[in-house]
Design a protein around this ligand. Structure first.
Ligand SMILES: [Zn+2]
Length: 303
């Protein structure tokens, strides 16, 4: 650990060339990294500790991560206990690192309680697009504090991105209208879509709770199998950051109970829940991820 304790201050940018100094930002999740990139543009260099497809509930920071966190000008995390296994580390080091949780700016009365523990909030706020848009100004303000010369730039980009998300929300509402109301049932591997359900009027059910770190019991499996048989949904959806075996087992239970055939949507059509796709792919941004998910839902549930 000795090598990590030397410098508590931010890294110095290249000297004598202020225009090329970019803020070194480290984010925990790919979603937070995308948000900061959208607002920060060219003035920031953003790195996500967790890669595409990585489950943030279970992620444990390695020694290389600690070094990156230590050297960053600013650290953005999601907060609301999404980074469950990193909470201790982040709290312990908050004195040394500038850490900001992007969900800190969200009004608590717009958050959902976590189903398994009502003293916590459900962290998956990004599935309500307009709620996610509420995180933009906090990022703009933190960047502007650290880089006042860029403030006008950040303000312009923040306003532009807010507009993009407002348009995306309208587009999503339009697209989802194509699914008949009785079929607006979204069954997934874990409870990441409750904000989606609230915002767009869908029934959502996850096999596992709000965190994938909880144990998966037989009772949960049977409960979900019963629900699938009763609601006659034609498809259930795997997520890129959660192994599909749990849902597969549920569908086997459904078949044993003599239920209707149900498709398991996976592979390229798996939903993006807690992590984006690869950076250069169409699902490498929040907007791309939402469009992918909505397309998959409409294609598999509209008919
Ligand atoms: Zn999750």
């Amino acid at each position: 650990m000795g090598a990590l304790t030397g410098c508590h201050g931010p890294v110095a940018g290249p000297e004598n060339n202020r225009s090329s100094v970019r803020l070194q930002i480290v984010c925990t999740t790919t979603l937070v990294a995308d948000l900061v990139k959208q607002v920060g543009g060219e003035r920031v260099q953003v790195e996500a500790l967790m890669g595409p497809g990585v489950d943030p509930h279970k992620y444990i920071a390695g020694i290389g991560d600690v070094r990156k966190l230590h050297n960053a000008h600013l650290v953005f995390i999601h907060g609301l206990h999404l980074e469950g296994k990193m909470a201790d580390l982040l709290e312990r080091q908050q004195r040394h690192w500038r850490v900001y949780a992007v969900t800190d700016s969200l009004p608590r009365d717009r958050l959902l309680p976590a189903e398994e523990d009502s003293s916590l909030y459900d962290p998956h706020v990004w599935f309500d697009i307009l709620l996610w848009a509420e995180t933009i100004d906090g990022v703009r303000d933190r960047l502007s504090e650290l880089d006042p010369e860029g403030a006008a730039d950040y303000a312009r980009r923040a306003a532009g991105y807010r507009q993009v998300l407002q348009q995306l929300d309208a587009e999503v509402r339009r697209e989802l209208e194509r699914v008949p109301p009785p079929r607006r049932v979204l069954i997934t591997a874990h409870d990441a879509f409750r904000y989606f359900g609230r915002a767009y009027g869908w029934q959502v059910v996850g096999l596992q709770g709000v965190s994938t770190a909880s144990e998966l019991g037989t009772r949960q499996r049977q409960r979900l199998a019963r629900l699938i048989v009763e609601s006659r949904v034609p498809a259930v959806f795997t997520e890129t950051s959660v192994p599909p075996e749990g849902l597969q087992a549920v569908l086997e239970d459904v078949q044993r109970q003599g239920g209707p055939p149900v498709r398991l949507i996976s592979g390229d059509d798996a939903l993006y829940s807690d992590a984006l796709g690869p950076p250069d792919s169409s699902t490498g941004t929040y907007v791309g991820m939402i469009r992918h998910n909505v397309r998959v839902l409409v294609e598999n549930l509209a008919r």
